[in-house]
Ligand binder design. Structure first.
Ligand code: SF4
Ligand code: SF4
Length: 60
């Protein structure tokens, strides 16, 4: 299990992480991505790679 966090001050709401995470860890809430199923993260780091603003941190 990984520790996933989003800095909502940096997220610009592009939805890339919401659409691409294979285990649906994220959903949109009030225009920003939010972690809703962090326990399902398999630490593939795809979301970190996709995020254009560096808002996501995944710690193995
Ligand atoms: S590291 Fe992979 S599984 Fe975890 S939240 Fe990001 S895209 Fe989803
Ligand atoms: S990929 Fe980054 S900027 Fe885009 S919605 Fe997710 S956290 Fe926000």
């Amino acid at each position: 299990m990984a520790d996933v966090s989003i800095d909502s001050n940096i997220c610009e709401g592009c939805k890339a992480c919401v659409l691409q995470c294979p285990t649906e860890v994220y959903e949109m809430q009030e225009g920003k991505a939010a972690v809703v199923a962090g326990d399902d993260c398999m630490a593939c780091h795809l979301c970190e790679t996709l995020c254009p603003t560096g808002a996501i941190s995944v710690k193995d």
